[in-house]
Every structure is written in structure tokens, then in C-alpha cells.
Ligand binder design. Sequence first.
Ligand code: KIV
Ligand code: NA
Length: 265
Amino acid sequence: LRKVTTHRLFEMKERNEKITMLTAYDYTMAKIVDQAGIDVILVGDSASNVIAGNITTLPMTLDEMIYHGRSVMKAVERALVVVDMPFGSYQGNSTLALASAIRIMKETGADCLKLEGGEEILDSVKRILSAGIPIIGHLGLTPQSINKFGTYTVRAREEQEAKRLISDAHLLEEVGCSAIVLEKIPAQLAGQVASELKIPIIGIGAGNQVDGQVLVIHDMLGMTNGFSPRFLRRYANLHDVIFEAAQHYSKDVKSGDFPNEKEQY
Ligand code: KIV
Ligand code: NA
């Protein structure tokens, strides 16, 4: 059971082997996902939405990310574990960024961090990398900037934003990032970035011409049925499974059927 490393992701790209990535935020889920052979587990700040019930990812704190990261790390034996740096913990201040990064690494034992943005956060990226901490970049639709974008629609459809994204991707590779997540951009643009860069490009809503895919686990398990972007494929309908199990349990308790003779002491 060889632990996945950032170097291994690089080798997978060279071998044309697709990289699989899913989010997890807790011990039980991380254990299942790791045992299923998923290459990378992302402790995403999407925990803000699917765990904490916030509308955006912005409220997530460093302490909350560390709590989730530590829970996931206790379960994982094989996958590379990546923790998202939360909004406010790295932007515009590379000293703060390094301190935040070191806290996550020390207190969770995670393998790698993910930061949203390109040129505008390059000082923070370089400073964290200089401490020997691997980084995965994140470009395109970066949810921590939702208040700037004003919409969760596809990014970089226009030439100016596409050019900026390509140049940001090159910058992140040049300073030493291990991989880049591209979220919700045209497939052709994502494919171009993947072919120009040596580091792996992992897409979400970025088409098939990239080196790997990532989805939020609650979405792909069909627990979040109100959220249906085009890029989402549902691999289960856990919403209905859980709903029906809860109703069935309720019926059994109310009728006196549960617990029965064999289910008591
Ligand atoms: O927080 C998250 O789940 C993410 C993925 C969507 C890439 O950043
Ligand atoms: Na995220």
C-alpha cells in the first residue's frame, strides 16, 4: 500500500494515467474513499457549504479546516491528503500565509495545501513552498472570490480572462506548485493548460482533456439534490437512501416494532 505523493501525481501525468480526487471532511467518509483507491482526498473548504450550511466558503476558519483535516488524516492510509487554506488565512500577507500553512501542516499532518488564485497570491505561494510545504493551485471559478465574480457561472470564456488564467497557471508551475485545480472553465481552455504544463491539471467542470477529476463527495453521492450543475455526475442517490431509512426507522419506533426481542438485553 504505497502512499500517494505529489511526485507520484507528476509520474501519473507522464504515464497518461488519470488522477482521481474526491473531497472528504470526516473520518468515516475518508476511510471509505481511501479504501476505494481514490488517489487524492481534498479536505475542501466546501465543508462550509455541505457540512456547516453556509451559502459561501468565506466563513470557514483555520480552526475548522484543521478540525476536518485532522479527522480525515486519522483515516487515510494511501491517498494524498490536501487541505484547503480558508479565506483570510493567506491572501495579501505572505507572513500570515506561512503561519497559517504551518499550523495546518503541524496540527493535521496533511500532505499538501490548496490555495485559490494566481499572480495576486504568488508571494504567499512562494513563501509557503520555501518552507517545504507542497501546494496545489486553484484557478478559474475560485469560490473564495464569489463576491468579486457575483455569480457561480463559467469563468474565462472571454479572451482576456483566459489569457490571464494561462499565465497564472504557468506562474504557479514555475514557482513550484505540484498540481492545479481548474474549476468551471471551457474544456478547450483547460485542455490547453494541461498540454502546456508538466504538472497535473485536475478539473471540476473543466472537461475531459485534463489529467484528473475532482468532485465534492456530497454532490456525487446524490445527497445535495438541490445542486445540479451540468458538470456533476451523480453516482448514488444517498438523499433517498437516507430519507427512506429515517422514515422506516421512525415508523418502526412509533409502531413499537423496534427494538424487538432479539434487539434488547
Ligand atoms: O472545496 C472544494 O471542494 C474544492 C473543490 C471543488 C475543488 O475546492
Ligand atoms: Na475549496
